[in-house]
Design a protein around this ligand. Structure first.
Ligand code: CA
Length: 239
């Protein structure tokens, strides 16, 4: 299978911070997408088999899945239908080599949020992924503000007091999770599950270290510690 990738600009400036389940049995394509997502600071679990995919989607926390339809083990449409029957609400972008209208109908009926036919431009994949993640988080407006902190979710850029904010991959993952759910408490376990890839050792202390570094960068009072639960991004008026 020949797949066209046209990378026209620096994807590192576009998007990141999410934990993505990537299901693709074309090894070259899967690796290429995973590389790009990781370059965007995303945590990526890449699997090539429908049965593994269903299990991970059922048991792990993801911000979105990119799901090929033609898979060994179990078809992408069957995997998706099983997730939806199990009330798994994660946004799903379906990929397929097939142009057939019937496949698109099958994917939507199974619960796809969006659909992309191969070959595709990776920029388009990223744009669609950003949009379904943002909408699933309940935001119609891609421009998110919390006090002096602004997040342009369509470009993935954070600004503090109007200046670009430089963050490490882990800092970016934590801050974008808090920003997407700003004003609400994000549980520690939820954060930990979304910032690490599947087989990584999860060290709870690391989260405190990352939050400490973020507070030094954006100001200590923007990230509130909610004892015994987690963290909340909030712009309280200075008291
Ligand atoms: Ca395939």
């Amino acid at each position: 299978m020949k797949t066209a990738f046209h990378v026209r600009f620096n994807l590192a400036e576009l998007f990141g911070g999410m934990r993505i389940l990537l299901v693709e049995d074309d090894a070259d394509l899967g690796e290429a997408i995973a590389r790009k997502l990781r370059a965007e600071n995303c945590a990526v679990d890449l699997v090539s088999d429908g049965i593994d995919a269903q299990h991970l989607g059922d048991t792990e926390q993801y911000d979105a899945a990119i799901l090929d339809l033609g898979l060994p083990g179990k078809s992408g449409a069957d995997v998706l239908a099983a997730w939806r029957r199990g009330a798994r609400a994660l946004p799903v972008l379906v990929l397929t080599a097939r142009e057939a209208w019937a496949d698109k109908v099958t994917a939507y009926k199974a619960g796809a949020d969006d659909y992309l036919t191969k070959p595709f431009r990776i920029e388009e994949l990223m744009m669609r992924l950003r949009a379904i993640v943002r909408r699933a988080a309940g935001h119609a407006d891609p421009h998110m503000v919390c006090g002096p902190l602004v997040f342009e979710s369509q470009t993935g850029q954070f600004e503090l007091d109007g200046l670009p904010l430089k963050l490490t991959a882990f800092e970016y993952r934590v801050l974008s999770q808090l920003m997407m759910r700003r004003g609400a408490v994000v549980e520690r376990l939820d954060l930990l599950e979304r910032i690490y890839e599947g087989d990584a050792d999860v060290d709870s202390n690391t989260l405190d270290v990352i939050v400490g570094r973020l507070r030094r960068k954006i100001g200590a009072d923007l990230i509130e510690t909610v004892r015994g639960r987690g963290y909340r991004l909030t712009a309280r008026t200075s008291a």
